[in-house]
Design a protein around this ligand. Structure first.
Ligand code: HEC
Ligand code: HEC
Length: 419
């Protein structure tokens, strides 16, 4: 009797939970989706166009570009389909370190959902960039591959035994990702064993939030990411990163910080006003493929739906309020924005603890059909190759994939190509 009541309670609770989650997702509107350079409603179209022009602006040494940098504008690495898309560009990360043997043992004995402490004996030290003129820039995992003069070109020494390319990411829909409550990501982490890391919000001292941007979840705020990218990819010092890495060959009269026009505001505004990547046609086969994707557990990490915080919610330590256009919206990233070790890790530690060196953020699969190279280092050129690289935390899902019939694999492929 007691058992019956218990079971009935469980069934009832589960049903209520399912209903409330259903209603939660139902009451949330669909985020606008298109590759059309049009605003998601956060700002007017003309404000978006102005912001897009700043995102596309080519910087010169006279305006502060470099002295060491990777490209002359954000669009050089973020343009495909429309301004903001993920281009084929890669950037170089490097350093030295070792992977703990202890961590390796644990993979052999327990490849599934390891705890965060297993990688604790892993060490990583960011590279020291050596400029042609002999100047050294220590503690730098991002290596600048261009310079405004030969004297400032960066080189690496043989001490750096870790290096990896990182593919550029799309910023489409990031406005919605930014507005997902920390609590949602923390709950997902408890559910699927992914790791959420707390990262500093640079524009709000003493504030940390769950990181969700970059292959390593290095930022939680798009303003922080814009400041980081402007400085590290283009060498434009700004309010968040005021100090030059080197002044070798810098033309006279360059203002410091370089960002005198506060372009950071427009760079961020542009990203906060983009729409999410649209889906391709959704056919019967696409839906059948999605059912297989869910049945074999891919969706444990490649989570289909997330919902943003209500409009008016204040985040980033009070510096940002979720707008009416972004609040209580559902979107479909097919990612959990958490770090996992699926055996592809590059050994580079950024904002997370040591154990994150071999973890990578689940690649959100939205916009998959717009990409040729896959995985953080572009090491896969087909879906099959990318899936076969899933081991460790994704070992059982990969195994289930390999047990599918050719017809089922084909349907899964059709689904992935609709993203
Ligand atoms: C030289 C190429 C390059 C340039 C220039 C560049 N980026 Fe990026 N961007 C990248 C790469 C590569 C990544 C992924 C980096 C990583 O996580 O290691 C990235 C990631 C991002 C992300 C994270 C997206 C996500 O969904 O996680 C944002 C936001 C971003 N860049 C904004 C900017 C802005 C704003 C500018 C201009 C100030 C800019 N980037 C300039 C290459 C570039
Ligand atoms: C334990 C979490 C996890 C599971 C389960 C998982 N993935 Fe992934 N997936 C990841 C991570 C993390 C990456 C990024 C790895 C990298 O870039 O090194 C990724 C990357 C991918 C990519 C490449 C996307 C891109 O843009 O580069 C594809 C495709 C993919 N996964 C498909 C699948 C499929 C299909 C399944 C089910 C068989 C699956 N994944 C199961 C975590 C997971």
């Amino acid at each position: 009797m007691r058992r019956t009541i218990f079971l009935a309670t469980v069934v009832l609770t589960t049903t209520l939970l399912a209903i409330s989650m259903y209603l939660g997702a139902q009451s949330a509107a669909e985020a606008p989706a298109a590759f059309d350079d049009q605003t998601n409603g956060t700002t007017s179209q003309s404000a978006m166009d102005t912001a897009a022009a700043v995102f596309s602006e080519i910087e010169t040494p006279a305006k502060g570009l470099g002295p060491i940098y990777n490209a002359t504008s954000c669009v050089e690495c973020h343009q495909n389909m429309a301004v903001g898309g993920a281009a084929q560009t890669t950037v170089l990360r490097a350093g030295h370190g070792s992977r703990g043997e202890h961590a390796r043992d644990n993979y052999l004995h327990d490849s599934k959902r390891r705890s965060d402490t297993n990688g604790s004996s892993t060490t990583f030290t960011a590279a020291t960039a050596v400029l042609t003129d002999g100047e050294t820039i220590p503690d730098r995992s991002l290596i600048n591959q261009r310079a405004i003069c030969a004297d400032a070109q960066s080189h690496l020494s043989t001490a750096e035994n870790i290096s990896t390319p990182r593919l550029a990411l799309s910023v489409f829909g990031d406005a919605f990702v930014e507005a997902v409550p920390d609590a949602t990501l923390l709950a997902l982490a408890r559910q699927n064993g992914g790791e959420a890391i707390m990262v500093p919000v640079l524009e709000s001292p003493n504030t940390s939030e769950v990181g969700r941007f970059g292959w390593k979840n290095q930022h939680a705020s798009l303003f922080s990411f814009a400041g980081d990218a402007y400085f590290n990819e283009m060498g434009i010092t700004n309010e968040l990163f005021p100090d030059e890495l080197t002044t070798t060959c810098e033309p006279a009269g360059v203002p410091h910080p370089n960002d005198v026009d506060h372009d950071l505001v427009n760079l961020t505004l542009f990203m906060r006003t983009t729409k999410v990547p649209p889906r391709g046609p959704i056919t019967v086969q696409v839906n059948q493929g999605q059912a297989i994707f869910e049945a074999i557990g891919c969706a444990n990490c490649h989570v289909s739906t997330l919902v943003t915080a209500p409009a008016g919610t204040t985040i980033h330590g009070g510096t940002y309020v979720v707008s009416a256009a972004l609040g209580n919206m559902q979107f479909h990233p097919f990612g959990d924005f958490l770090l996992h070790d699926i055996g592809t890790g590059d050994g580079i530690q950024q904002n997370g603890p040591a154990d994150t060196a071999y973890k990578i953020r689940t690649a959100p699969l939205w916009g998959l059909r717009t990409r040729t190279q896959l995985l953080h280092d572009g090491s896969a050129i087909t879906l099959e190759q990318a899936i076969q690289k899933h081991t460790h935390e994704a070992a059982s899902e990969a195994q289930k994939y390999n047990q599918l019939t050719p017809a089922q694999k084909q349907l899964l492929n059709v689904f992935l190509n609709s993203l």
